[in-house]
Design a protein around this ligand. Sequence first.
Ligand code: AMP
Length: 398
Amino acid sequence: MSLVLVLNSGSSSIKFQLVDPTQHATDDPFASGLVEQIGEPKGKVTLKHAGEKHEVEAPIADHSAGLALAFELMNEHGCGPADADIVAVGHRVVHGGILFSAPQVITDEIVDMVRDLIPLAPLHNPANIDGIEVARAILPDVPHVAVFDTGFFHSMPPAAALYAIEAETAAANGVRRYGFHGTSHEYVSKKVAELLDLPAEAINQITLHLGNGASCAAIRGGQAIDTSMGMTPLAGLVMGTRSGDIDPGIIFHLYRSAGMSIDEIDQLLNKRSGVKGLSGVNDFRELRKMIDNEDQDAWLAYNIYIHQLRRYIGSYMIALGRVNAITFTAGVGENDVDVRADALAHLEGFGIKIDPERNALPNTGPREISTDDSAIKVFVVPTNEELAIARYAKELAE
Ligand code: AMP
């Protein structure tokens, strides 16, 4: 079996999967795992393979040590580079700026270009580069491919991509909307075209990626024309811990009047806001339990979340003019029956009718949840970014 190693490297962690690019989206990968707490006194590597979970704890000095330890654990359990036929490595790279619209076979030049983009993603791109360099050193004989989270949104027209701030300042500092979760929106939107049995070029759709991070996209004829995330993944929808859209004047106010530093405001808006900031929890399963127990903060958090989501859905219906499908994906979108029902409630006048029974079915795979007479079809499509990255990597490696 030809497998692709998919790596998602963060500042203190590496998520890894060994994926058969021909597998179904809902199948478990051949192997998967996580290297955690890199650079801290206690580190951990976990591995899932053949229905079993394995774990080692050891200090992990850096990404190189982390990946080496992961490979050791995989080899020990018969699913590492020693036994598995790894034909390519796919790397998730968060920021491709305006340089990259499509996945790239990684060369030294590409790494330099990703490095040039560090000012746009200071927390993410350095970790992605670490992962790339370490993996290229350990697996030098297979092609490595970079898949950019921003790539799918490269097609956005200037009216959607640019902010109304002084043009020279914006251009000089790379200030524009880039969008994120692109691999997921693209993967899901292609699946929707298959479900409708129509070419992607013939349909307009809205995709809602609702996970801990959340974003939505307006897609015309297979091309993204707008998205809710902006220059950074902080913009747009209310998320698990991120605020989504706020009046930028709030930042000046907190700085000047509340005496908060820029780093404190950054932490506040990224880590202590969104549903968690309002209710104390960011997991929608816990939020639901609190709502069932009549917790007022949880109820308010949920309503703010839904209100913002409906705002975006409405604006994308106008932006697209004609909409064939609206699709939910990611942890919340795939599993939370109430979020889906409330996001699209009372829109019969716009041709959107959810079937409550279909909506309540468990998350077993791509499915339609609208009624047969709903003019706009509503789907749930499980996303699988690793599989999408593996497929790109295999395709470009050939
Ligand atoms: P993701 O970022 O796509 O992995 O989504 C993670 C989030 O999905 C979690 O924080 C939960 O809020 C949500 N989630 C996962 N499973 C469920 C479920 N069964 N019901 C409701 N929400 C869920």
